[in-house]
Design a protein around this ligand. Structure first.
Ligand code: HEC
Length: 163
C-alpha cells in the first residue's frame, strides 16, 4: 500500500491498532467462548458415540448378580431347573425362542402351560420388581449362559415391553 502523506499513514496505523485491539478482546472473550463451545460439542459427540455400542459382556456380569439374588432358588445354579416344577433355562428352546416373551415373564410373571425342552410345566412364577437395566441384564445373563447364546437386550427394549 502506498501512502500519500504521513496523515494517511497515521490514520491507517491507528485504524489497524483499533482492529488489533478488537481482535485481542475477541480472543479473550468471544474467542475463548467459541473455542470452549466447540470443544464441548466435539466431546459430547465423542462420548455419545462411545455409549452407542452396548456392552453385552458387562451386562451379563451384572445379570449374574440379579440371577443369584432373584432366580437361582428355583431355576438353580446351572439353569437346570427342577423337572416338572421349575422349567430349565439352560439350553431351553422355549427361552431362546422369544426374547420379548422372556422380558414379559420376568417383569409380570408366567402362568399356564408351557412346553420347555419337550416337558410340560404348568405352575406359576410371580413377576419381579426390577429396573429396566436389571431386567435387561438378567435376561442377557440367562440367554448367554450354560451354552445359550442370544443377542443383546438393552434397557430400552425392556422399557418398550412395559405396559
Ligand atoms: C419361586 C420360583 C421361581 C423363581 C424365584 C423364578 N422363577 Fe422363573 N419360573 C418359575 C416357574 C414355576 C416357571 C414356569 C411357569 C409356568 O409353568 O407357567 C418359570 C418360568 C420362567 C421362564 C419361562 C420358561 C423358560 O424356560 O424360558 C423364564 C424365562 C424364567 N422363569 C426366568 C426367571 C428369571 C430371570 C428369574 C429371576 C428374575 C426367575 N425366573 C425366578 C419359577 C421361578
Amino acid at each position: 500500500m502506498i501512502f500519500k502523506d504521513s496523515k494517511g499513514a497515521e490514520f491507517l496505523a491507528s485504524k489497524s491498532k483499533m482492529i488489533h485491539q478488537q481482535l485481542l478482546t475477541m480472543k479473550s472473550g468471544t474467542g475463548y467462548f467459541f473455542v470452549s463451545a466447540m470443544a464441548l460439542l466435539v466431546f459430547s459427540q465423542f462420548s455419545f458415540q462411545k455409549k452407542t455400542p452396548f456392552d453385552l459382556k458387562a451386562s451379563i456380569v451384572r445379570g449374574k448378580e440379579v440371577y443369584v439374588a432373584y432366580c437361582l432358588s428355583c431355576h438353580m445354579e446351572a439353569g437346570e431347573g427342577v423337572e416338572g416344577v421349575y422349567p430349565p433355562l439352560a439350553k431351553a428352546d422355549y427361552l431362546m425362542a422369544d426374547k420379548k416373551r422372556s422380558i414379559q415373564q420376568v417383569l409380570y410373571g408366567a402362568t399356564g402351560e408351557m412346553k420347555v425342552n419337550g416337558k410340560i410345566y404348568n405352575t406359576e412364577m410371580a413377576g419381579f420388581d426390577l429396573t429396566n437395566e436389571q431386567a435387561a441384564d438378567v435376561v442377557n445373563y440367562i440367554r448367554n449362559s450354560w451354552g445359550n447364546k442370544g443377542s443383546a437386550i438393552r434397557p430400552e427394549d425392556v422399557k418398550t415391553v412395559r405396559k
